[in-house]
Design a protein around this ligand. Structure first.
Ligand code: MN
Length: 293
């Protein structure tokens, strides 16, 4: 099933080119906290999914007529895996935090601000007036379905609710000059496009063999087989849950393959992953910045 968050954070099921508005299934209390609707839906999926068998019962509109928001607008936690494809390790040289050939296996994970999540219908806004380098990273986003703590690897995929395309936007460091923490550099508002939809895991029994691609202004910059991750999804969940609990709605950015590169205002970034979807987001410049970056 393909779930969408659209407009003023309504919930939809996408089928046959239409978005069926199923927001009425979410408790009305969430009308005052709409960014949490998707977290509620994921947490209560087993009881709600049976009510989604007759989509004709829900009002529909053309899928291309809605403004898509982040596939989960308020993930409780947004984890990210660095240096998770061999060909990417070392490609950004001194601009990398994972120097000396370290991969995700040694470097573990880091956090992006959940508030950086945005959707297919929202531009990536670079900090105003910046001369810094901002890179695209083409990643698979994994959405967690249920709580876990110390989850062994052979049970880890049971905690996966679904998948979405994820762009991990990054302000690069400049050795000796600007070396801000990774959390800051990757957390600007709109620096984690997640979408276009949330595809439930039952539609994707195995991610290996699926290709991801990222294009800038129509030219391919990155492509990879998702099966080439150094730390695959099950091991990532084992690692993360050995440190902290995972919660329904959490998102894991699973790392970028080679080919990261800069974007500027006016560019168009397209990300597509087999069987998951595709989205194109424009790059703009934010109107203001509280301090220069
Ligand atoms: Mn990344």
């Amino acid at each position: 099933m393909r779930l969408a968050v659209f407009g003023d954070l309504r919930i939809g099921v996408v089928a046959g080119g239409a978005v069926h508005d199923v927001t009425a299934l979410i408790p009305a209390a969430f009308d005052t906290w709409p960014e949490q609707r998707m977290n509620w839906l994921i947490r209560n999926w087993e009881t709600v999914r049976g009510q989604l068998t007759d989509l004709a019962a829900f009002p529909a509109r053309p899928a291309d007529s809605v403004t898509l928001r982040a596939a989960n607008p308020a993930p409780p936690q947004l984890f990210a895996i660095p240096a998770n494809y061999h060909a990417h390790v070392g490609e950004i040289g001194d601009r990398a935090v994972t120097t000396g050939g370290r991969t995700a296996r040694e470097a573990g994970f880091f956090l992006k601000a959940p508030g950086s999540a945005s959707g297919a219908g929202e531009p990536v806004a670079l900090p105003a007036g910046s001369a810094r380098r901002f890179d695209h990273e083409c990643e698979l986003g994994v959405i967690i379905g249920r709580h876990g703590r110390n989850v062994p690897r052979d049970q880890a995929l049971q905690h996966v609710f679904g998948y979405a395309c994820l762009i991990d936007m990054t302000m690069r460091i400049e050795k000796g000059q600007f070396e801000e923490d990774r959390s800051l550099r990757k957390s600007f508002r709109t620096f984690t496009p997640l979408g276009p939809y949330l595809v439930t895991a039952d539609e994707i029994p195995d991610i290996s063999g699926l290709r991801s691609r990222l294009l800038v202004n129509g030219q391919e910059r990155q492509t990879a087989d998702l099966g080439d991750m150094i730390v695959p999804i099950d091991e990532a969940i084992e690692l993360i849950t050995s440190v902290v609990d995972i919660q329904p709605g959490d998102v894991i950015a699973t790392g970028t393959p080679q080919g990261v590169g800069p974007v500027r205002g006016g560019d168009q970034i397209t990300i597509e992953i087999d069987r998951i979807g595709a989205m194109t987001v424009p790059v703009t410049e934010a109107e203001s910045s509280p301090r220069p970056f």
